[in-house]
Design a protein around this ligand. Structure first.
Ligand SMILES: Cc1ncc(COP(=O)(O)O)c(C=O)c1O
Length: 470
């Protein structure tokens, strides 16, 4: 394999001016790259226009946030109307219609035919922190279980529970004690060298479990900790930042069984995979597993910041169960903001009105096209996805599944950087994920023509990169 030539995308004059100003004011831990030097002026639907008047097809949606597309008119109208009435009063202390209406609507679409309660926060990780606080308070148990490859956010709770990349945790220790990371079923590169479906040869209380989960049941729960000390098992039904990894269908039912066996609260992080993206409201709907807590954020209000931590009612309501958190135990100033809740209500209406079906239909078309590209090339090992949450696994050789080297260009770039950079040069925005994956997460409004345009660019880029390497 050769080392290839690669030049990062050219930066326009207006873009360069803003990048230079930004360099002098913004925090150094940001994740901006030279591969996607996007300096945005405005955006509409699936298109983003930069300050030098170049337009891009956005298949990243601001990290799976603008599900209804950029600047959907109904979202703008709802937020604008609410802004003229009330912008802020503090939803944890006072009452107003939009947060109650949004809660009622969310209860209809989230899994579980039981009474529910919600805590609204302002970011994904705040929703995750609330899930942990609910579980610890209710169970009075200290321990947590989460997964390798998981991403749950950047606060101490988020870092503790995440297991995606060491850069996200290094330098910040000590984190919160008593979390145990266990393997996620990343079947393409199975840690145990098993293959699906042969790996499902064990059972837990009669329920089949993928072999990797026996690390939890037979190792962690036998040698390290008493499962009855565990408050929460937190899991992404599809891993996002970890590489758009879809677990086998046995995985979530097995987790449900394990959680029930020991009285552990099962929480799903649907921050990235929820809100219609996979062709159902929530990714867990594909296997009909109902969690005790579900956390959603990102697409919930089409780009305005909000998260919702929704649970069985008794976990959050001390009138129903005296173990639930009591008045004053939790809260936030901005959670459930009236304007953002109005945007959320509008977003749910738009998603309900055809976008879930569109995600399933265009997602299948996109996946077919990517499979055709994979079949013509050696460096795509797997195309995986549900709806418009589609990942590409990049490899040196798909027969051996050997990974590409960390550096594949003369100027020190890796495969994800080269592919996203070459796509950007051709007017398409997609991002990397995990160590060797590309994630494709367009707005749910995209058309077949949009998908075909992206496929044609991806095909050209993969052909170009492969030629450079082989
Ligand atoms: C699955 C998942 N959980 C949690 C988070 C954290 O969300 P936020 O950045 O809004 O705190 C993210 C963000 O990418 C995510 O993808």
């Amino acid at each position: 394999m050769r080392i290839m030539d690669y030049t990062p995308p050219k930066i326009g004059p207006n873009a360069q001016k803003l990048i230079d100003r930004d360099r002098k004011v913004m925090f150094g831990a940001h994740t901006r790259t030279r591969e996607i030097p996007l300096v945005v002026d405005h955006a509409k639907g699936a298109r983003v226009t930069d300050v030098d008047n170049k337009t891009f097809l956005d298949f990243g949606s601001g990290f799976a946030v603008v599900g209804t597309g950029h600047c959907h008119p109904d979202v703008i109208k709802a937020a604008h109307e609410q802004m003229q009435k009330l912008i802020h009063i503090s939803g944890c202390d006072f009452y107003y219609d939009t947060q109650v209406t949004l809660a009622e609507k969310l209860f209809e679409i989230t899994p579980g035919d039981f009474e529910k309660r919600v805590y609204f926060g302002s970011s994904g990780v705040e929703g995750i922190s609330a899930a942990l606080k609910i579980a610890r308070y209710f169970t009075r148990r200290p321990r947590m279980v989460s997964f390798l490859g998981a991403f749950h956010g950047r606060t101490f709770t988020g870092m503790t529970l995440s297991g995606s990349k060491k850069i996200q945790r290094a330098g910040f220790a000590p984190l919160i004690p008593e979390n145990y990371h266990v393997p996620y079923p990343y079947c393409y590169h199975c840690l145990f060298n098993e293959t699906y479906p042969h790996c499902v040869h064990k059972k837990f209380r009669g329920t089949p479990i993928p072999y990797c989960l026996s690390y939890l049941t037979d190792v962690v729960f036998q040698r390290l900790i008493d499962p009855e000390d565990v408050a929460i098992i937190l899991v992404e039904p599809i891993q996002g930042e970890g590489g758009y990894i879809i677990p086998p269908k046995e995985f979530l039912p097995a987790l449900r069984e394990i959680a029930d066996a020991y009285g552990i609260i099962l929480a799903f992080d649907e921050i990235q995979c929820g809100m219609g993206r996979t062709g159902k409201w929530f990714a867990c709907d594909h296997v009909n597993v109902v969690p005790d807590i579900i956390v959603t954020a990102k697409a919930i209000a089409s780009g305005l910041p909000m998260s919702a931590t929704i649970s069985r009612a008794e976990l959050q309501d001390p009138d129903l169960d005296e173990r639930a958190w009591k008045s004053g135990a939790h809260g936030s100033t901005f959670g459930g903001n009236p304007v953002i809740a109005a945007a959320g209500i509008a977003s749910l209406r738009i998603i309900e009105d055809g976008l879930i079906e569109n995600a399933a239909k265009i997602g299948a078309h996109l996946k077919n096209g990517l499979n055709e590209i994979m079949n013509k090339h050696t460096i795509i090992g797997e195309v995986r996805g549900l709806g418009l949450m589609v990942g590409l696994e990049l490899v040196k050789d798909k027969k051996t599944k050997e990974n590409l080297p960390d550096v594949i260009t003369h100027n020190g770039r890796n495969i994800k950087q080269v592919i996203t950079g070459e796509c950007f040069k051709r007017g398409l925005i997609i991002y990397g994920a995990g160590f060797n994956s590309i994630r494709i997460s367009p707005p749910l409004i995209i058309t077949k023509d949009d998908a075909d345009e992206a496929l044609s660019i991806i095909n050209e880029v993969i052909t170009h990169v492969e030629k450079g390497l082989l």
